[in-house]
Design a protein around this ligand. Structure first.
Ligand code: MF3
Ligand code: CO
Length: 269
């Protein structure tokens, strides 16, 4: 896959991406209390769109045709439950249930600049193996972010993510990757979750990328879901997904999106 241009941005553009990322970060705080058993995924969708528009921004996924599809995505959120890895569709009849893991993925556009983020929530209590899957995926994202240094080869990111995930006997798909982001939703470079240390193009100052490990408990293989959009694990085992938009700076990676899991705890009181 080749996107149109590289995600190297001017300081002014980066301020714009950071403003979009701030709205996106606060959106996750707004949604977290509603990620509970009995909630319709369509209600999450509606709340998300209303919040983004109230901030003067636009949902970046809605009406967007991803480069890997021939149709436009109809919603603000991707809501992927259990064995759905990414691109799950909100629907009125898709009601959250206790024990599920629910990835919410969203893009925000503000004054032409995009930010992208995902977080996987637990609905109520989940068994230890699922807790471990969420923990490993979030730590894998941190490991990947640490590798986003000026002058470092891109392959270091995927290498760090993949070796960490494999050490827990979990898997990542080659087909699902992170990407440059900013002036467009998807830009060069593609940011794979698998890589060779020391290989690939070198990261530049002011490169903005979305790093997004999608970690599968069983096989790395995926299949298309029956809804025509979602990507599911081939073996039906669960998957988790965390994503941040970051900028490569001289002093190291700066994370533009953020979400404190305290919100998750508050959702259950
Ligand atoms: N969530 C995907 C990503 O992070 C993009 C989804 S685009 C959509 O790259 F429009 F299909 F939702
Ligand atoms: Co993304």
């Amino acid at each position: 896959m080749m996107y149109e241009d590289w995600a190297i941005h001017t300081p002014e553009e980066i301020r714009g991406i950071a403003a979009a990322a701030d709205i996106l970060s606060r959106l996750f705080g707004e949604l977290a209390p509603y990620v509970v058993a009995g909630m319709s995924t369509m209600e999450l969708e509606e709340r998300a769109e209303a919040f983004i528009r109230s901030e003067g921004a636009e949902p970046a996924f809605k009406g967007y045709r991803p480069p890997f599809e021939n149709k436009t995505y109809p919603y603000t959120l991707c809501i992927s439950i259990d064995d759905q890895v990414v691109h799950g569709l909100p629907a009125p009849a898709r009601i959250l249930q206790k024990g599920q893991i629910v990835s919410i993925d969203c893009g925000v556009r503000l004054a032409g600049m995009h930010a992208d983020m995902a977080y996987t929530f637990a609905v109520g209590e989940i068994p230890p193996p699922l807790q471990r899957l969420l923990w490993v995926t979030e730590r894998a994202l941190e490991r990947g972010i640490q590798q986003a240094q000026v002058g470092a080869p891109l392959g270091n990111i995927g290498h760090a993510i993949h070796t960490f995930v494999k050490s827990y006997t979990f898997a990542v798909s080659e087909q699902l990757t992170g990407h440059g982001v900013g002036r467009a939703m998807h830009m060069e470079p593609e940011v794979p979750n698998i890589g060779k240390a020391g290989k690939g193009p070198r990261l530049w100052e002011n490169l903005v990328i979305a790093i997004e490990p999608m970690v599968q408990m069983g096989t790395a293989r995926v299949r298309r879901g029956s809804d025509g959009w979602s990507v599911c694990t081939y073996d039906g085992k669960p998957a988790a997904h965390y994503e941040h938009t970051i900028v490569v700076e001289k002093n190291g990676p700066r994370v533009l999106t953020s979400f404190e899991p305290i919100h998750k705890a508050l959702a259950h009181v």
